[in-house]
Design a protein around this ligand. Sequence first.
Ligand code: ZN
Length: 269
Amino acid sequence: MPLIDGIGNVLGLPYKILLWSWKVDNHAVSEKTEQALVEFLASTSADPALADARFRLNQYSPLDDLHRLIINHHMSWPFRLLLGVPTTLISEVLLPGRLLGGDHYNPFTNTVHIYSDDSAITLHETGHAEDFAEQSYPGVYATLRLLPGVDLYQEYMATDKAIEYFIATQDREAELHAYRILYPAYGTYVGNYVAPFGNVAGALVGHVWGRCKAHSRANYYRMIDAAPTPQKAVSDRDAAIDAALETAGVALREKEQPPQSPVREISRP
Ligand SMILES: [Zn+2]
């Protein structure tokens, strides 16, 4: 691992603890996570803005990000100028995620930045890109985030897209993991509204909530697995009918025994 990523890995310790995963901000995005991203993108609608999105896995490319800010024709230029320039200068130039971590989506450059080796986090950030791609006015949508509470809606949408994808593809392991890491992440946003450093308390609530959700979903899947399949139900039903017929057959045969002739009861004198 290059030295810068080793330092970044250590600097990411607070986020690792907050989300309780060593893979958060580990600056070593595996092929498995990359493959999950590729498969997710293949499953999404062919939205032009999403097709033009850039995905940076542990990269620091300030010049290219500034270039993308200029050429991102999916968002009106006033939004890119007034909000995009300061946001991009701070997030992608002055505070390099390659060192400081912080997975995020920059809607002004239409670029997803990933530093954690976690498929749920990666798909959450890509969910932001998909959410913005679906907007008719992405510049307005990005600006609205400045209003209190709007971030909670946008974070919900991104998390929902990731979890719905795992459910649709029946990737149970990934789905259960997503509750455990995306719920505490969401809790940090909620907690920020409640009190200073409320993000820590929010994350704790999110951990409890996410684990409860994962537990109930795991129970649900266990119940489904234990339930008879339609094929098994039919064979069980046929076996029951066979058994019933067999019993009825015995009963019928018993009934079919010819009654004793009353003649025999008459004794000859
Ligand atoms: Zn997010």
